[in-house]
Ligand binder design. Structure first.
Ligand SMILES: C[S@@+](CC[C@H](N)C(=O)[O-])C[C@H]1O[C@@H](n2cnc3c(N)ncnc32)[C@H](O)[C@@H]1O
Length: 213
């Protein structure tokens, strides 16, 4: 991680008020949001965990079709925006609280059916991403949908569509290996751009043990 969690939180606190209007206002971001929502596809009994929920782009979109959406983030400013948007829309089943990738602050006795994350995991180093994916596997969701900056080929150093000073994107190969090692099977790979994509991972039938241990 190129910045600490507190440094990321402070950075997002400072832009939270303008995030929806000025940040990530790109075709690639919008395409990832649409694909994450489409692939998450929760049913009315499903509990969804949205890690790095920010101002709620994904969580608010899924709340109408899920039983509950647990939004987790480290930036109070971003979370406050998400809570305000939920209140304005009359959405009561989007519950936003502090939580990190490695400790998402969920009750281990209550099931999480689907985990989603969009444009947030690239703040972690590859080793931290692996640990995060294992922590998510321990929650035993049936599906994990990850939209993010990720490299399908060698990134053009002259044209990074991310901020190298704060972001630490992984290759698709590294992410695929981490999912597989944690007991997931990769069921869809959506390349939005050679530096952006959406991965869908489902639990392998024999991986229940991971959650029980
Ligand atoms: C670029 S925003 C994306 C927000 C939202 N998912 C979206 O699609 O618009 C990244 C978010 O990840 C959060 N974040 C950064 N590091 C985190 C961590 N270790 N655990 C949880 N959230 C984190 C930031 O506070 C920020 O709100």
């Amino acid at each position: 991680m190129k910045k600490t969690i507190d440094e990321h939180a402070a950075r997002f606190d400072s832009i939270a008020g303008e995030y929806d209007d000025t940040q990530n206002d790109t075709d690639e971001y919008r395409a990832c949001v649409s694909l994450v929502v489409e692939h998450a596809d929760p049913g009315p009994e499903d509990v969804v965990l949205d890690i790095g929920c920010g101002t709620g782009a994904i969580g608010l979109s899924l709340a109408g079709s899920a039983k509950r959406v647990l939004g987790r983030d480290v930036s109070e400013g971003m979370m406050e925006q998400a809570r305000e948007k939920a209140a304005d829309a009359g959405i009561e089943n989007f519950e936003v609280e502090y939580g990190t990738f490695r400790d998402p602050n969920v009750d281990h006795d209550a099931p999480v059916d689907i985990v989603v994350s969009n444009f947030a995991m690239h703040h972690l180093s590859d080793e931290e991403k692996r640990e995060a994916i294992h922590a998510i596997a321990d929650l035993a969701p049936r599906r994990f949908v990850l939209g993010d900056v990720m490299f399908f080929g060698d990134p053009d150093p002259e044209n990074p569509l991310y901020s190298p000073e704060v972001d630490d994107p992984a290759t698709v190969g590294m992410l695929a290996d981490a999912f597989t090692d944690a007991g997931f099977t990769l069921t869809a790979v959506e390349m939005v751009h050679e530096q952006f994509g959406v991965l869908v991972a489902e639990r392998s039938p024999n991986s229940e043990r991971v959650a029980e241990e």
